[in-house]
Design a protein around this ligand. Structure first.
Ligand SMILES: [Zn+2]
Length: 369
């Protein structure tokens, strides 16, 4: 057999990698507004799409904890709960197996990347089992007991406390210069005390703090060295925060940063010859703020021309509320379905109207192929 044939054969037997990109709060109108503002998004040409119902076990409007639990474990739970079954189910608050556990049981490498604190609800649902998403000290303990190969985001007091008690668990990174490209002791990258600041504000330190795409590239470099395969979750965590403040320009900037992370991941995977063996999914955990875009808009003009962005993290004045064509209707999450875009192996399994728990089921079956 020729070497080429042999390598093709081996490649076809290699397992599938999975990258799940979650735009927190990135409802359909946020996607449309960002696509107009930035002249396209990374996933516009993905061949497979679905519509996702995000309701939780006990509410039509989910929070991030219940939504992330649904995607991480395949089970709906009560709002505010991390990867435990619902209170009134017969399993009553029992621990749910996560995609991270399943990937680990197949000897995959597992990484989580976010722009929020590492203990925030979305990443936490992949490694923590807690009744209350605000139980930061409990979640930090779960992080230090986890089998994650890599976790990047922001720190909290509880994370620092857990670190002082267990300094040997992780290689700690605090500057973007330290972002690794090779596997080693599990990495904990904590680049801010709190959430990583909004991009393009005075708080974001370009010299030391990584952008989402830089963390994503580093994570793929590290995780892809494992021949068994890898599972990576990347969260654009601060789209939601900007929407809660009705700071629409910042929400669009955060969505553009999220899109850049997707582009970077695809370029990186192509270089590594792993693009065709990697299922890439882009979705949101829920819609936030119920944006609408209206008023007949000149196709040649950007959506938002007034770039009066809140220039500081503390600057929470709702901008462009009356003059712009993009309006926010609330500061809360909504029940609106979100979009899902997929490509790569098993991508075609995503179609029609699905539940957020189906995302788990489809990823699990793809990992088993
Ligand atoms: Zn959320």
């Amino acid at each position: 057999m020729s070497l080429l044939l042999l390598s093709l054969l081996l490649q076809s037997y290699a397992s599938n990698n999975v990258i799940l990109f979650i735009g927190d709060g990135m409802g359909p109108a946020v996607v449309t507004a960002s696509r107009i503002q930035y002249d396209g998004l990374a996933w516009d040409k993905f061949p497979n799409t679905a519509i996702v119902s995000t309701k939780s076990y006990n509410n039509h409007v989910t929070d991030s904890a219940a939504a992330a639990t649904a995607m991480a474990t395949g089970s709906k739970t009560d709002n505010g709960v991390l990867s435990l079954s619902p209170k009134d189910s017969k399993e009553h608050r029992s621990s749910l197996k996560t995609l991270a556990d399943i990937a680990k049981s197949k000897n995959y490498s597992v990484g989580l990347v976010t722009t929020t604190e590492v203990t925030h609800a979305t990443p936490a649902a992949f490694y923590s089992h807690r009744e209350d998403r605000e139980d930061d000290s409990g979640i930090a303990i779960d992080l230090f007991n986890s089998k994650l190969d890599l976790m990047f985001g922001g720190s909290t007091k509880s994370v620092e406390k857990a670190l002082s008690k267990n300094p040997a668990k992780f290689s700690i990174l605090r500057d973007k210069k330290d972002l690794p490209s090779l596997p080693g002791k599990p990495y904990l990258g904590i680049f801010e005390m709190g959430h990583i600041p909004y991009y393009e504000t005075s708080e974001f330190n370009k010299a030391t703090q990584p952008r989402l795409y830089e963390m994503t590239a580093s994570a793929i470099d590290v995780l892809s060295k494992n021949k068994a395969g890898f599972f990576l979750m990347v969260e654009g965590g601060r789209i939601d925060h900007a929407l809660h403040k009705n700071n629409i320009p910042q929400a669009l900037i955060e969505t553009s940063e999220f899109s850049l992370a997707v582009t970077t991941a695809m370029e990186k995977l192509k270089q590594l010859k792993k693009l065709d063996k990697t299922l890439i999914i882009i979705t949101a955990d829920h819609d936030t703020a119920g944006l609408n875009i209206n008023g007949y808009l000149n196709i040649k003009k950007p959506l938002i021309t007034d770039r009066k962005i809140a220039t500081s993290e503390k600057d929470s004045i709702p901008v462009l509320t009356s003059t712009a064509p993009v309006h926010a209707h609330s500061a809360a999450h909504t029940a609106v379905d979100v979009s899902l875009y997929a490509r790569g192996p098993c991508g075609q399994s995503f179609s029609g109207l699905i539940e957020n728990t189906d995302i788990f089921n489809k990823i699990q079956s793809c990992l088993n192929k």
